[in-house]
Design a binder for this molecule. Structure first.
Ligand code: CTP
Length: 478
């Protein structure tokens, strides 16, 4: 028996559909991932049936047990329920096409092969029968098994037709290539380049979904190079596309910032599955084109690209309909600070510079250090080693200072209320001045990050500003 049908879930479904005389196949990502023996394979099972998908789902759910809630998506002719931690989706085999300018499908009932034809790629169009009498029989009219073996992404039909049915599939091709480390068949690849403009009719949410999957894949740079090569990148992410290319003046060239950025993304991906840290890696140099300058004395410079880059992020996130919340602020912060540890490591590492970095990065300091280490893409092993050693020194200084001064979760040791109470004043600019003085003194190492020392400084600074502590002034009145 096919190893992919060993799962208990498939036997249960097989019993259910067979006893209801429903002709059914398992297909899509479940079959693909199972044949590839992918760890963390699909947790959703796509079932194609002959006839009515919604009715079949209802009947099968009833057979599987009481109380299973079936969600129906009548527009798409599909129905879904949850069983043993799997999402089971039923669809009736269809002949279907989308009208050119909308996602609204025109649907008629069809055979299993009709259904396979209208799927995106041969590796996703494999179907295995789950009926008792034919259990385990493959339906593979488009050579999906061969393509799985040869690691090829190919459309079952003429790719122009498959992509015109749903242009997002162009990005899905790239995503599967990056996730599975597969190659896109040359005819399919050519068709993506030809039809790239059609991506414009796809919603930002769907594009972002695929984009995030490419970022989260094992080989993100492979995905980005393909997006660039097919022309999709300049349509969906012109700022990133703009990073590519090398300019040379007086024999001095700068690096290709697109290839550098995706290499940094690859580097960080081997260390973290944090999507937003991966985004920060991708975007860390996004403002280099705007800040590029050449002077004969110093060569190429990109002054302020970290700051301008961090300011570009809200616009990019908004366009992709990504969350405009603390996740975005985290990406902005990392982009803004990404040069700081490097600058630190090149100077004598002073306590006060380390304190300031800790204060600004807060709890994100470890992620920032990961980003900086991933940012070293020099092919020169000596340079690489030197940078890494400098970062090691910065890391140990960070630990030392944090142990002493606890700046990661910096809370002012004297807050505004205490200042108001002490001097009996109303909220006003003096409070900001005093708080600022205390913070700067702590960061410069003039006073420790402690309440007693901070209070003393508050009293001193207050007097300098002409304020008198409330208890002293009442004593004077007595
Ligand atoms: N499909 C398609 N065209 C799309 C999306 C999906 O033909 N634009 C088909 C494919 O056969 C795919 C199946 O529907 O295998 C299920 O789609 P989905 O759950 O989006 O993808 P999976 O292949 O299951 O992969 P993943 O779960 O990694 O997204």
């Amino acid at each position: 028996m096919n190893i992919c049908l060993n799962d208990k879930i498939i036997s249960a479904l097989s019993e259910a559909v067979s006893s209801e005389n429903i002709k059914a196949w398992v297909t899509g990502g479940y079959v693909r991932d199972c044949l590839l023996k992918r760890e963390h394979g699909a947790r959703d099972v796509d079932i194609v049936v002959l006839g009515d998908g919604i009715e079949s789902a209802r009947k099968s759910a009833r057979k599987l047990g009481p109380g299973i809630r079936v969600s129906v998506f009548r527009n798409f002719g599909t129905a879904m329920f949850r069983y043993n931690d799997f999402d089971i989706e039923f669809v009736g085999a269809r002949k279907e096409s989308y009208s050119r300018d909308s996602r609204k499908p025109v649907v008629e009932a069809g055979t299993i092969e009709d259904d396979q034809k209208r799927r995106d790629f041969t590796i996703n169009a494999l179907a295995i029968s789950i009926n008792r009498e034919t259990f385990g029989e493959f339906s593979d009219p488009f050579g999906g098994i061969n393509d799985l073996k040869n690691k090829i992404i190919r459309t079952p039909l003429d790719p122009d037709v498959t992509f015109s049915d749903d242009p997002l599939r162009m990005m899905r091709a790239v995503r599967f290539a990056a996730q599975l480390n597969f190659t896109i068949d040359p005819v399919t690849l050519k068709s993506i380049a030809k039809n790239a403009e059609r991506i414009n009719i796809v919603s930002a949410e769907r594009i972002a979904g695929e984009f995030n999957r490419i970022i989260m894949s094992d080989h993100p740079s492979k995905g980005f190079v393909l997006l660039e090569k097919t022309g999709l990148l300049k349509l969906i992410f012109p700022e990133l596309d703009n990073l590519k290319g090398v300019e040379k003046k007086e024999g001095k060239a700068h690096k290709d910032n697109f290839l550098h950025s995706v290499k940094v993304l690859d580097n960080i991906s081997s260390k973290t599955d944090n999507l937003w840290l991966r985004w920060a890696a991708l975007l860390h140099d996004i403002a280099k084109p705007q800040t590029k300058k050449y002077t004969p004395e110093t060569g190429w410079s990109f002054h302020g690209h970290e700051y301008i880059g961090s300011k570009m992020i809200p616009g990019i996130f908004k366009r992709f309909k990504l969350p405009l919340n603390e996740k975005m602020k985290y990406v902005q912060k990392l982009v803004d600070l990404h040069l700081r540890p490097m600058v630190l490591s090149q100077e004598t590492v002073t306590d006060s510079a380390v304190r300031r970095l800790l204060f600004e990065a807060g709890d994100d300091i470890d992620d920032l250090m990961l980003l900086c280490e991933a940012d070293i893409t020099s092919k020169n092993e000596v340079t690489k080693k030197r940078h890494l050693e400098n970062f090691k020194l910065v890391r140990s200084k960070l630990v030392e200072i944090e142990a002493k001064d606890a700046l990661r979760k910096f809370q002012p040791p004297v807050d505004g209320n205490e200042i108001i109470r002490t001097f009996g004043i109303k909220p006003g600019k003096e409070i900001g001045i005093i708080k600022n003085t205390i913070r700067e003194a702590i960061l410069d190492g003039i006073i420790p990050n402690e309440h007693g020392a901070a209070r003393e400084l508050m009293l001193r600074k207050g007097r300098e500003l002409g304020l008198t502590p409330a208890d002293e002034s009442s004593q004077e009145q007595i």
